[in-house]
Design a protein around this ligand. Structure first.
Ligand SMILES: Nc1ncnc2c1ncn2[C@@H]1O[C@H](COP(=O)(O)OP(=O)(O)OP(=O)(O)O)[C@@H](O)[C@H]1O
Ligand SMILES: [Mg+2]
Length: 207
């Protein structure tokens, strides 16, 4: 495994599964050896894969309390592993186990006050996990469901930065195509926000 990226949040419905799957497609399109891990007992990424007759990369269900430890056994030495986590408020053990091991932890957040405030729960969990990690994780917020041209996007970026988060450069717009992505074959092209996100992770890992 060359790089591992987990999408995490305290609450459900923040865009973890959509972002994990579309990022996996973007990395695959860039020629990377991708492994997608569905660590959510709800298994929505696995169901999505089934709905399209299988994603064109490996997809594993790993909704177990030692998911983090098992990640290193997946894929080859060049694999980029993308992990879709369940909401931490209900599945703390699975989430903690993965946060202990991955290189990148990404918190998808919509540019609303309520979602920004709710990041404190996952930040607390990350602080706790940091004490037992060998190296610190690269933790960042991904702005998701950003309305084009509205002030909420830049305002949220400023507020999250003020709270001490790193906010990833690429942000994901609120788009009908993303809202309808679940269960269909994704079409992620060069220049798509998820392609730019893939590029950002590869750069951060010097890959
Ligand atoms: N960028 C986006 N634009 C529009 N809709 C989006 C976007 N990202 C996610 N959604 C929609 O938001 C909802 C929640 O997304 P998703 O299922 O990816 O979240 P989740 O964090 O995985 O939720 P859960 O914790 O329940 O697994 C879905 O209906 C999805 O289609
Ligand atoms: Mg999900």
């Amino acid at each position: 495994m060359r790089l591992s990226i987990a999408f995490a949040n305290l609450k459900p419905g923040t865009g973890k599964t959509t972002s994990a799957v579309l990022l996996a497609y973007a990395l695959h399109r860039r020629g990377r050896d991708v492994v997608l891990v569905d660590a959510d007992p709800a298994a929505s990424a696995l169901a999505w894969s089934d709905a399209v007759g299988g994603f064109p990369f490996g997809v594993y269900g790993l909704a177990v309390k030692d998911a983090g430890r098992r990640l290193s056994g997946l894929g080859g030495q060049d694999s980029v592993v993308v992990v879709d986590l369940p909401q931490a408020e209900d599945h703390g053990a699975i989430v903690r186990s993965v946060l202990r091991r991955v290189d990148e932890v990404t918190i998808p957040v919509a540019p609303t006050t309520i979602e920004i405030e709710r990041t404190s729960g996952i930040a607390d969990l990350l602080d706790e996990v940091e004490e037992v990690r060998q190296d610190p994780a690269r933790v960042a917020v991904l702005l998701n469901r950003v309305v084009g041209g509205a002030r909420s996007g830049p305002d949220a970026r400023a507020a999250l930065t003020e709270l001490g988060y790193e906010v990833l450069g690429p942000q994901i717009p609120r788009r009908e195509a993303y809202a309808l992505a679940y269960g269909a074959e994704p079409d992620i092209r060069g220049g798509d926000p998820f392609d730019l996100l893939a590029e950002t992770y590869l750069k951060r890992a010097a890959l």
